[in-house]
Design a protein around this ligand. Structure first.
Ligand code: GLN
Length: 230
């Protein structure tokens, strides 16, 4: 490969747990849609990398200081972030959902969160949304998904607000039969891969993403991890 900064092994940050985009499988290996999509992109570009799972709120600072070369973590493209990091073209469309315990009859929408306790993740679009739209009594911000969901399951919060595909996955797995989604899909948003400002990887990754969309690789990964078509 032709020299420059890209000749070195890239450090690629991902969230510790954001299924089905990234999570540890039963053998302890990190896998998921983001992980496999990135691997296909890296092969396409011809770069070597080390995966670095970390709390989501550390990824943007790590890109800003240049300790990380890439962040792929179901990260929403938003203007405030685009001022400090560069984003690839969007690769997944999502929104936010409200999750409550199955027997909760009092919460039907974001308006009903008035005076309630809401659990979500630190430094995410859900944290922004709760602060702007929910008149909650308390917003508990956790560094990872496990603590965020546990707070609802153990009665420390009345609701979780979080990314729709992750909520759907939780309902299908750990939360099965114990939780339900209420209200509409809020705050439509697209995920992008993030880079330090000015990274020469951005055009290469966008070209690779386009190639993988054209040749069916992206669709196959999407179907594998979401059991549906984009
Ligand atoms: N999509 C959300 C955001 O970018 C959450 C991402 C995450 O928790 N990994 O803020």
């Amino acid at each position: 490969f032709a020299g420059g900064a890209l000749a070195a092994k890239l450090t690629v940050a991902t969230d510790t747990n954001f299924p089905p985009f990234e999570f540890k499988d039963s053998s302890g290996k990190h896998t998921g849609f983001d992980i496999e999509l990135w691997d296909a992109i890296a092969k396409q570009i011809g770069v070597d990398y080390t995966l670095q799972p970390m709390d989501f709120n550390g990824i943007i600072p790590g890109l800003q200081t240049g300790q990380l070369d890439v962040g792929i973590a179901g990260m929403t493209i938003k203007p405030e972030r685009a001022e400090v990091v560069d984003f690839s073209d969007p690769y997944y469309d999502a929104g936010l959902l409200i999750l409550v315990k199955s027997d909760n009859e009092g919460i039907q929408s974001v308006e009903d969160l008035k005076g309630k306790v809401v659990s979500t993740k630190l430094a995410t679009t859900s944290a922004d949304f709760v602060k702007e739209k929910a008149q909650a009594k308390d917003v508990k911000l956790f560094p990872n998904n496990d603590a965020m969901f546990l707070e609802l399951m153990t009665g420390g919060a009345d609701a979780v607000i979080f990314d729709s595909p992750v909520i759907a996955e939780f309902m299908r797995t750990a939360g099965k039969g114990q939780v339900k989604v209420v209200g509409p899909l809020y705050m439509g948003q697209s995920y992008g891969i993030a880079f330090p400002k000015g990274s020469e990887l951005v055009p290469k990754v966008n070209a690779a993403l386009k190639k993988l969309k054209d040749d069916g690789t992206y669709l196959a990964l999407y179907r594998k991890w979401f059991n549906t078509d984009p």
